[in-house]
Design a protein around this ligand. Structure first.
Ligand code: ZN
Ligand code: ZN
Length: 415
């Protein structure tokens, strides 16, 4: 294994640092990652991979066949977020773009997907140049639109498992606000399911001075939001993990016009299929019930905006990864993590391929800042998390740790 990583020298690190800063400066929204995909494809080609672009719209697949042995898929996601960067970094993004509805949005790599792409480019290079030290096939997956929960599905629907070697194991890693240089693993459920739903509530518009002539959807929406908050607190066991957030509530244009509709957008996260089903059907019951109580002229309409499956790490494969990490990095840099309420579509690759998958975390926070914040009990305030406009991982040792972790985990199968 050291034979493969021996080529990871200062020159390789400097090249990847430049790549990371360039990707950070040029974030692209979900399903528009053309520039990023082009860079990843070119690097894979240079390293000797067979490369296919446009898999699931903007996805890139690289295949490196190196004799008899297991097929190991390594996945990185590429999309950025509609966040206005406020890190003040010299390579901060000032980019803007348009979302799927054509609305102008600021853009930032606020979830670390630029680092994920850099890690996979670095690992692909090293595995290719050190190919005399292992046997098997490496499948490099650069995935679009993770933040929409749509990119993994798009690649699978575009024939990922029919057109390319089927992986025997799927590996992925994510940047988290833990101390840089540390690795976080967990067997079993590691990230939550997530369902985003938009609900249209119908009322009957009228003059603000004559509410008796209408059905006020603002009051209906307000009552619905309050009642929705009792689902987790009153219908889900306190021993379960679940959260329901109404993050958007829209109605009306003018103070003296009762509008004829209101809309609610909500997000639900759980850690089991049963709790998810229960919560989703409770939402329907509450929303339809409140509409009826209000005398709404029409039933509410539900639209699913996104669905993320539960992310479950195969226990045996996780143990194999954790053991390889401990051997390479030492026990003090390898930690078990708590399950997270965040969500991922990574799990779909393993589920569809019928292969075990492992998703682990790589710390990116300045270790001194982290230690001080932890001591002061101010982690939430002083260490910006994923999706924050201040999210600013330190480049090293974050970059090197992620590259080495990906190579180390892949070799746990390929050796
Ligand atoms: Zn994210
Ligand atoms: Zn992410």
């Amino acid at each position: 294994m050291n034979d493969v990583l021996a080529a990871f020298d200062d020159r390789a690190r400097a090249g990847l640092t430049a790549l990371y800063e360039d990707l950070h400066r040029h974030p692209e929204p979900a399903f528009q990652e053309e520039r990023t995909a082009g860079i990843a494809a070119a690097r894979l080609r240079d390293a000797g991979f067979e490369v296919t672009t446009g898999v699931g719209r903007t996805g890139v697949v690289g295949v490196l066949r190196n004799g008899e042995g297991p097929t190991v898929a390594l996945r990185a996601d590429m999309d950025a977020l509609p966040v206005r960067e406020r890190t003040g970094l010299p390579y901060a993004s000032t980019a803007t773009g348009r979302d799927a509805d054509g609305e102008r949005i600021p853009l930032m790599h606020a979830c670390g997907h630029d680092m994920h792409v850099t890690w996979l480019c670095g690992a692909a290079d090293l595995l290719a140049s050190g190919r005399e030290h292992w046997r098997g096939t490496v499948l490099a997956l650069f995935q679009p639109a993770e933040e929409l929960g749509a990119g993994a599905l798009a690649m699978l629907d575009d024939g990922l498992l029919e057109r390319f070697p089927v992986p025997g194991v799927v590996l992925g890693q994510h940047l988290f606000p833990h101390p840089a240089g540390t690795l976080l693993h967990r067997a079993g459920e590691v990230m939550a399911t997530a369902d985003s739903i938009e609900i249209r509530l119908h009322g009957r518009g009228s003059h603000g001075s004559q509410p008796e002539r209408g059905v006020d959807p603002v009051v209906l929406a307000a009552a619905t939001v309050m009642r929705l908050q009792t689902i987790i607190s009153r219908e889900v066991s306190p021993l379960e993990r679940a959260v329901l957030t109404v993050a958007r509530l829209r109605a009306g244009h003018k103070e003296n016009v009762i509008p004829d509709e209101a809309s609610i957008t909500l997000n639900v996260r759980t850690f089991s299929a049963k709790v998810r089903d229960d919560v989703l059907s409770a939402i329907r019951r509450v929303v339809e019930g409140e509409a009826r109580v209000s005398g709404a002229p029409r039933d509410p309409e539900f639209r699913t905006l996104s669905e993320f499956p539960l992310t479950v790490n195969d226990p045996a494969a996780t143990e194999r990864v954790a053991a390889a990490f401990t051997a390479r990095f030492g026990a003090d840099r390898v930690r078990e993590m708590e399950p997270m309420m965040g969500s991922e579509d990574f799990g779909l690759f393993g589920t569809r391929a019928g292969a075990p998958s492992v998703f682990w975390g790589v710390g990116g926070a300045d270790p001194d800042v982290y230690a001080r914040a932890e001591q002061a009990g101010r982690l939430a305030e002083d260490v910006p998390g994923n999706h924050s406009p201040f999210f600013a991982p330190v480049v090293e040792p974050t970059l090197s740790t992620g590259v080495e972790a990906l190579v180390t985990a892949a070799l746990a199968w390929l050796r």
